[in-house]
Design a protein around this ligand. Sequence first.
Ligand SMILES: [Zn+2]
Length: 455
Amino acid sequence: MAHPRNFIAGFVAADVAKEHHVRGAEAGAMMFFPYDQLPSWQGSADDLLENWEQHMASLRRAVPYRTDGVVLEVTEPVVREAMGATSSFHRWQIALKTKGETATTRVHNIRLQTGRTGRITPVMEIEPVTLSGAVISNVTAHTAANLAQQGLGEGAEVEITRAGDVIPKLERVVTAAAKPMAVPHCPSCGHAVEVEGEYAVCPNAASCPAQAESRIRHFFQTMGNADLFGPRTVAVLVEQGYTDVRSVFDLTAADFEAMGFGPGQSANLERELTRCRREAVPDWRFLAAIGLRHLGRGDARKLLSVFSLDEVTDLTAEAIAGVEGFGAITSRSIADQLQEQKALIEDLRALGFNLRPTPKAEAGADAPEGPLSGEAVVFTGTLTIGTRGELEDQARNLGATVQSSVNSKTTILVFGEKAGSKRKKAEGINEKAGKEQVRILEESDWAGWLQQAEA
Ligand SMILES: [Zn+2]
């Protein structure tokens, strides 16, 4: 298995074993190993502290499987009690995870990427290595300053790991490069960079192609229409001089064809632009799509849960700082940018997007923040991609409010087989509103839609 740990974790957590779990069990690919049958060592706290590494190593050698840590526990009842133990909280136990697998490899190139705000991010291209079941060939080097500080460049030898067994991460530099990479120019437009703290920044916001591409892609991604406006398509638009989102919305199928897109794709692109305007979207998503610094999805939602979209472009820094979670410096920056982008925001709004106002702070403030913040979801019918409970938990974890029935606050309905009255009710709401107030998704589309929302 590529990810044995994930397989077992999924199996253990499942209410009902899935088909691949059953197949794994039948093939004898997994074994249940009770905790109290694992090898252990018992001794004094002094001994433990002094000889920690040897004890750990001999225990791990005694287990014929890969392990990711040990459990330390207090055996003395009096001490357990003093630690606040109850029958349901084993406060005398603590799991100590070892850091994930690491691998040493060599950097063969550093690729520079200019983002939508002009920040230049160095990405190390390394000789591919397999780590915790995945082949890793790119690792971020974070900032230009970091390249110089750590001596990163072609030929550097680096130790990498995967944070939480997922995200590739530079653990340490084993041997620095003879010549660390310097970032004097923007890799996209060639403009001399400016240094802002740790970052090298391309100041050429108006005509840097990479910044224009990344702003346009950010807009469509955040609005949830990323499918057709991918990197290649957007690169062509920018090359043809459509460097801001507003101008892209003027394009027709004929224009796309004139740029060299095929007739089918051109028609789809025009349709996608229409869909982007018609489909109901929370207004915080629109604001976040503009791509201002310090105003991502979570903060856009917070801001719009206090002020309306009409108000935000004229807010003072003081007013923004009055909203919980906004500091003085970022508030100043956000106020300035909103003022600068006021015309663009108004021009875009004039295109008639179907924006749903963010509920004001009292309502729905409890849900955690996530890509589904502001959404109210109802599941109905017989669901097969997971249990009702699993799907509801997932939606909640991504920031959505889960409702048991469809009402005027519902924004998404996910239906399985034999969906009846709830689906009818949602369709009725849309009919009455004359627009897609409730997105009605088949359960198979829900998974894809989630991925897009998370992107
Ligand atoms: Zn540039």
